[in-house]
Design a protein around this ligand. Structure first.
Ligand SMILES: NC(=O)c1ccc[n+]([C@@H]2O[C@H](COP(=O)([O-])OP(=O)(O)OC[C@H]3O[C@@H](n4cnc5c(N)ncnc54)[C@H](OP(=O)(O)O)[C@@H]3O)[C@@H](O)[C@H]2O)c1
Ligand SMILES: *[C@@H]1O[C@H](CO)[C@@H](O)[C@H](O)[C@H]1NC(C)=O
Ligand SMILES: *[C@@H]1O[C@H](CO)[C@@H](O)[C@H](O)[C@H]1NC(C)=O
Length: 321
């Protein structure tokens, strides 16, 4: 074998291993690597992490993963009773690392922008510090592109984009005033936030917009850590509340029996991404994970798009393939 052939062989092998990893892993390779060999979650012990949308699903699972390692928490959402259950669960898994006062319940409606500042004051009054804001509250969508009422476009952006940007601005100002610009802003985006899927046009656009806002922030304030965490299909109740195309509509479906990554695993991977201050990461089962990789490559996206109907794409995103 000549030297050139040897180099070529290594190159081919490299790509083969990469593709195999994309098929067998449930997240991007860098995140998987950090989950094994990166900074341990216990380095975040004692930090204060504020999670919105903590009453269910991914937010709840993230809270539990962090509590296990003694991370102090602020749990926000509208449903107080659910937040109390999450608080109990956090205290249980913390096994003495956290006391009741270390897990603050802060009920809030993200859409009430005029209450954001007083919510931030409540956090600072209670803990006298804030290390990470995790913007997780949000609603998805199922609708045909042509049926979407413009009011729905506006309402979805109001929750998934503008409320997040508004709260983040207040927190970033606090980071600038108190910590010389050091701090950590994170958001639950979606794979649909960089790879559009059918029947969720407004949602795709909103998560794309959210990513752009956060990436722009990172280019301006270099000391700030920014984490965009992009899940694929996760087994949560999000379809109950998802927007349709009609104003006031909700999908009202369960995701039971669909092939989806568990919320627990998703929360664990999210926590790893935070502890390791990763910028953009994602998770999902095959073939979502492989597709997320392809979506980062314009050529492959075009080729895939030609061979996959909107029905196939939809099956994949609904966890039915
Ligand atoms: N599940 C998936 O497949 C998936 C995939 C990619 C991305 N995501 C993203 O993950 C995030 C969490 O979704 P999930 O799947 O965990 O669904 P979920 O269980 O429905 O969680 C949504 C959370 O957002 C909160 N929320 C909704 N509207 C709110 C408002 N106006 N003010 C304050 N909180 C509000 C809800 O709490 P209250 O109802 O108590 O207010 C709940 O805690 C969302 O941003 C979603 O876009 C989910
Ligand atoms: C989109 O339109 C088709 C055909 O009218 C319908 O069968 C389908 O249920 C619609 N999808 C959604 C998400 O509303
Ligand atoms: C995208 O994939 C094509 C085909 O495999 C490859 O030739 C190209 O270099 C890739 N581009 C990037 C930016 O990775």
């Amino acid at each position: 074998m000549t030297f050139l052939e040897f180099v070529l062989l290594l190159l081919v092998l490299y790509y083969v291993i990469y593709v195999v990893l994309w098929i067998v892993l449930d997240c991007n390779v860098a995140l998987w690597y950090k989950s094994r060999f990166g900074v341990s979650l216990s380095t975040m012990r004692g930090q204060v992490v504020w999670i919105t949308g903590a009453s269910s699903g991914i937010g709840r699972a993230l809270a539990v993963s962090l509590a296990r390692h003694g991370v102090r928490l602020v749990l926000s959402a509208r449903r107080q009773e659910q937040l109390e259950q999450v608080q109990d669960e956090c205290l249980q898994v913390a096994r003495g690392l956290l006391a009741q006062k270390d897990v603050l319940i802060l009920p809030m409606d993200m859409l009430q922008l005029d209450k954001h500042q007083s919510a931030l004051y409540s956090v600072l009054n209670h803990f006298e510090r804030l290390d990470v804001l995790v913007n997780n509250a949000g609603r998805s969508q199922r609708a045909n592109w042509t049926d979407i009422e413009i009011q729905v476009d506006r309402e979805l952006f109001e929750l998934d984009v503008f409320a997040v940007v508004h709260l983040s601005r207040l927190v970033v100002r606090y980071f600038l005033e108190q910590n010389g610009g050091r701090g950590h802003i994170a958001a639950t985006s979606s794979i649909a936030g960089f790879s559009p899927v059918p029947f969720s046009a407004t949602y795709c656009a909103a998560k794309h917009a959210l990513n752009a806002y956060l990436m722009a922030l990172k280019t301006e304030l270099r000391k700030l850590d920014v984490t965009i965490f992009a899940p694929g299909p996760i087994a949560t109740d999000f379809l109950l509340e998802a927007f349709t195309g009609a104003q006031g509509g909700k999908v009202g479906q369960s995701t039971a029996n669909q092939k989806r990554l568990t919320a627990e695993r998703c929360g664990e991977l999210f926590a790893v991404a935070l502890a390791n201050k990763m910028d953009l990461t994602w998770c999902g089962l095959f073939p979502v994970n492989l597709m997320a990789y392809c979506a980062r490559n314009a050529t492959l996206t075009k080729i895939l798009g030609q061979y996959m109907t909107e029905k196939t794409l939809n099956k994949i995103r609904e966890g039915k393939l």
